[in-house]
Design a protein. Structure first.
Length: 244
């Protein structure tokens, strides 16, 4: 059994199954849980998101405790090794803004017009700048990184010995899983090209966060990447709000 669990393909299948169970389970439970909360939690996309991401964290940490021969520190819940934070910041901002331009022009510009897509795009209006800061910039970033870079990536260590474009496969897989998670945007947008824009953009940010998770052996730099990415990604909306 131990030899079987060291085979990369078996590990990948088990990790994907685990991730799927946590994500779908969190979704189903949160949809029932919000019914017990004040009505605003049932109608406000961002408040519902708080409950969903809380369940991500809860199930992720419970799973960490249940996995034998691994401590919380093995899941990156420890102080990071020394890294260059200046590089982390400019790489994150550059990739977020650059990726937003490239993917935006390709998916929402070229392909959307080419296929005459008139379906709804975008996220619901948060109605509050403070809500965006707390829910999107901070809460979602922390919770998603505990799940993705804390639990999932830590279980992919068997892929560290394989590299593609100077990055380990554990980094690539973690980033891709993070991107695929964002197909959930279909729940709020019917435009396939907007969804693909979000998925590819999230994958890029996810790979960078995974790289710093592996480099620092901690999830905290990955959380910082995620927060900075969300902030930089919100800049166009902030600029629009200021001048309109």
């Amino acid at each position: 059994m131990n030899k079987l669990l060291k085979k990369p393909i078996i590990v990948l299948i088990l990790v994907l199954m685990l991730g799927y169970i946590i994500l779908t389970g969190s979704g189903k439970i949160s949809s029932q849980l919000v019914k017990l909360l004040p009505e605003i939690f049932q109608t406000d996309f961002y408040l519902k998101n708080i409950v969903l991401k809380f369940l991500f964290v809860l199930f992720s940490i419970v799973t960490m405790f249940l996995i034998p021969k691994m401590k919380l520190s093995d899941f990156g819940l420890k102080l990071p090794k020394k890294i260059n934070y200046f590089k982390l910041i400019w790489r994150t901002v550059a990739l977020t803004l650059g990726g937003g331009i490239v993917y935006g022009l390709f998916f929402m510009g070229l392909l959307r017009n080419l296929f005459n897509d008139t379906n709804e795009m975008g996220f619901p209006d948060s109605g509050s700048f403070l809500k965006m800061i707390v829910v999107v910039w901070l809460w979602s970033s922390i919770c998603e990184e505990i799940f993705n870079r804390g639990l999932i990536q830590s279980l992919l260590n068997v892929f560290k010995k394989y590299k593609f474009c100077k990055l380990t496969l554990s980094v690539w897989i973690s980033g891709i899983i993070f991107g695929v998670m964002h197909f959930s945007v279909f729940k709020i947008s019917s435009s396939i090209f907007f969804v693909l824009f979000i998925v590819f953009h999230a994958t890029t940010l996810g790979v960078l966060a995974a790289y710093y998770r592996e480099k620092s052996e901690s999830i905290y730099p990955a959380i910082l990447v995620h927060i900075l990415g969300n902030v930089a990604g919100s800049l166009p909306l902030l600029i629009k709000a200021i001048f309109t």
